[in-house]
Design a protein around this ligand. Structure first.
Ligand code: ADP
Ligand code: SF4
Length: 687
């Protein structure tokens, strides 16, 4: 389809200092858990973005010196010349697709605990390090230290140019780098020319920009990434105060302003807490005080919103990390008029967990993310069919839908059969919870793609039995029947059913609550799952007017969401709603009027009023079909079925992203020979 002329403006070239971006799509820096440890994987991932049409493709944070060692987190590294060839892998790959390569040079100051290098962390003033309650302190930088840091930064810029980068960032955002720490009055208590007034606190940033321009400005654009607002009122930088003053002060100095809010949790807010374009109110002043191009982010996935940002003079470039992860081909799809095919980010921040768990990036929507090099997976190119198999997929949750989509793309005949009236499985159910509407995109993207495929037949309202499967005539059977939440309380903290959790009409599974078949009176939500669901059910019940106590054996609500940058916001939200929170306690008994709680440290018992209980503890796979067919191998063979495979939650309950990956993996690999090897190419250490 030809491109809609309304979107032409997104494809105008934009000059950034001495270089030109071919369009307005700018993949801003984002971490990925591969970085310096897996440079081939990293380069291949960035190359796919470039191929997908992003005019500028950036690295993540790149450490410039051993005193900025973020280990065990895996970021980029440019400590000395020996790092250049690894970064060159990326610049070459990005250039092959006509994109510019950008590098975000970072000295993390007090955020780097230097656990590998064993250097002493650096800061504007003597201050405790920010990293994970580390018992070490950062020391106040002397003038000699500041001179040394400026030298390291200049050397890193020169190395970055040698590595082939076109855009070189000076980084003062997210409260994660020295120039920003110098700007913050709460971190900078100096009385010399680098402390006190904003002019003094901005001196270091100004020097770094000037020196980077002197060093590489003839060839490379020098960008500044700056957090114009920390969302902490008078205690921090704000768009109404020093954030604006700083941009005014340095307005024409860099070649590009990349502006956002700080800290990272605020910048990368999930869809549960912020809508597309949510940063506009903070960053819109920037273009009015500088003539330089401005890039900003806001989980942009709608081309109309993008156009509006440009036309209304908010931004010059549509910056994106997550939308480029969920769909590396987003620009290309807009360019080709394939708007319908955009795989929109759902704003779940599973991609962020790659950084916090120090493993390659994963994405709920895009199962190929992080697999570009090690598995050779491409988000748009899929090998054609290798034989004449026909497929029966049972269950149209995320696993079944993705499996059908990919098998259909490969050219196979597929029947996707769903017991319910609706497609989407758990995604459809969970997207009804407060703030999760965007999660339905996991279903909508796939159903939309499937509807275009001639060889994929979707049947709804058909509960499949083992007999049906044997009679059906498909050569391959895929079971994607999902899982159900237990009601008996068994989970991490309780290996056996909790006494009283079998009281009729008083114990409600999460699906009951989602369906509005719900608890009454004082309700205890027992969250031994620790991800998003327990807190969301508590929120829903509280909003419905119930007295709700959330009990968790963890030390905080939704503990795992620290990895998705949401934990603080979730707990704050529940407290504000008036949910009573009891941490470090297990539930050990329910008598119909009270729940008995047990302190995880002392074992001491206390009681709370409870008329109803909602256990969010663990799930049971729906594996009856798998067990029945497994017990009848002769009948399966006689039916001409070559394989019966369980994927997703019916094999082992996990995240939505894991179910999508399982569906994708099956469709790519079902015809591979069996192997005991890892199933992907490993990046091995080498000198
Ligand atoms: P996953 O996350 O693994 O995709 P879900 O629980 O989201 O799992 O989806 C499983 C889907 O399978 C649900 O929509 C459910 O209605 C459907 N399902 C379960 N058992 C059967 C069956 N026997 N026949 C047809 N559909 C089934
Ligand atoms: Fe978006 Fe979630 Fe994918 Fe991250 S993991 S890019 S937030 S869909």
């Amino acid at each position: 389809m030809p491109r809609d002329p309304r979107y032409d403006i997104l494809f105008e070239p934009v000059k950034i200092g001495p270089v030109v971006a071919k369009n307005r799509f700018f993949q801003v820096p984002h971490c990925n858990g591969m970085g310096h440890a897996k440079p081939r994987s990293h380069a291949a991932m960035r190359a796919v973005k470039a191929e997908g049409g992003w005019a500028v493709v950036s690295t993540e944070e790149v450490e410039i010196h051993p005193s900025s060692d973020l280990s065990p987190y895996v970021e980029g590294r440019l400590w000395d010349d020996s790092d250049i060839p690894f970064l060159e892998l990326m610049t070459r790959a990005v250039h092959q697709h006509g994109a510019l390569a950008a590098i975000e040079l970072v000295h993390a100051g007090m955020n780097a605990a230097n656990l590998y290098s064993r250097e002493i962390p650096l800061a504007p003033s003597h201050i405790t390090t920010a990293a994970n309650y580390s018992p070490s302190q950062a020391r106040a930088m002397s003038k000699a230290d500041i001179r040394a840091y400026r030298r390291w930064h200049r050397q890193a810029a020169v190395r970055a140019r040698r590595a082939g980068f076109d855009v070189i960032y000076v980084y003062a955002a997210h409260s994660l780098s020295l120039p920003m720490h110098f700007l913050q009055t709460r971190h900078n208590h100096r009385s010399d020319e680098y402390g006190g007034s904003l002019v003094n606190r901005a001196r270091l940033l100004r020097e770094l920009i000037e020196e980077t321009k002197e060093a590489v400005g003839g060839d490379c654009a020098v960008a500044v990434r700056f957090a114009v607002d920390e969302l902490r009122g008078a205690d921090g930088i704000s768009a109404a105060g020093e954030g604006r003053e700083l941009v005014e002060m340095l307005a024409e100095l860099p070649d590009l302003w990349d502006v956002n809010v700080s800290d990272w949790a605020n910048d990368s807010m999930t869809s549960r807490f912020a809508a597309e374009g949510f940063q506009e109110e903070f960053v819109r002043f920037v273009k009015s005080v500088t003539s330089k191009p401005v890039v900003g982010v806001g989980r942009f996935t709608s081309p109309d919103t993008m156009v509006s940002q440009i036309r209304r003079g908010v931004l010059d470039f549509i910056g994106a990390a997550r939308p480029s992860i969920a769909d590396p081909f987003l620009p290309r799809k807009i360019e080709n008029g394939d708007i319908d095919d955009i795989r929109e980010c759902i704003g779940c921040n599973v991609c962020v967990t790659g950084d916090s768990t120090m493993t390659p990036i994963r994405c709920t929507q895009n199962p190929t993310m992080g697999e570009e090099w090690r598995k050779g997976w491409h988000p748009e190119r899929i090998p054609p069919r290798s034989g004449n198999d026909s497929f029966l997929i049972v269950g149209a949750g995320p696993a079944g839908l993705e499996c059908a989509r990919l098998l259909g793309r490969r050219g196979y005949a597929v029947h996707l059969v769903e017991a319910g009236a609706q497609l989407g499985g758990r995604v459809t159910r969970e997207s009804r919870l407060p703030g999760l509407t965007a999660w339905a995109r996991v279903r909508d993207y796939r159903v939309n793609q499937l509807n275009k495929m001639q060889d994929v037949v979707i049947l709804r309202g058909s509960a499949v039995t083992a007999e049906h499967i044997l009679e059906f005539g498909a050569t391959r059977v895929v079971l994607a029947t999902g899982s159900r939440w237990r009601r008996d309380g068994v989970g991490r903290a309780n290996a056996f059913a909790i006494r009283g959790f079998d009281l009729p009409g008083r114990v409600f599974a999460p699906d009951d609550v989602i369906d509005g078949v719900g608890p009454q009176g004082a309700t205890v939500v027992f969250d031994d799952d620790h991800y998003y669901l327990g807190a969301l059910l508590a929120e829903k019940l509280r909003a419905g007017g119930l007295e709700v106590t959330l009990v968790t054996p963890a030390d905080r609500v939704s503990a795992w969401t620290a990895n998705t940058l949401e934990q603080h916001a979730i707990q704050k939200h529940l407290l504000e709603l008036g949910v009573t929170i009891v941490t470090n306690h297990n539930v050990v008994e329910f008598d119909g009027t009270r729940a008995t709680l047990e302190c995880t440290f002392t074992g001491r018992h206390t009681r709370v009023s409870a008329f109803s209980i909602v256990p969010v503890t663990s799930r049971q796979p729906n594996d009856t079909l798998a067990e029945t067919l497994d017990a009848a191998p002769d009948a399966v063979a006689a039916a001409g079925i070559a394989s019966v495979t369980s994927i997703g939650d019916c094999l082992a309950p996990s995240t939505i992203g894991a179910a999508v990956y399982a569906g994708h993996r099956y469709a790519r690999e079902f015809d591979w020979p069996q192997s005991d090897a890892a199933g992907f190419t490993r990046e091995l250490p080498q000198n």
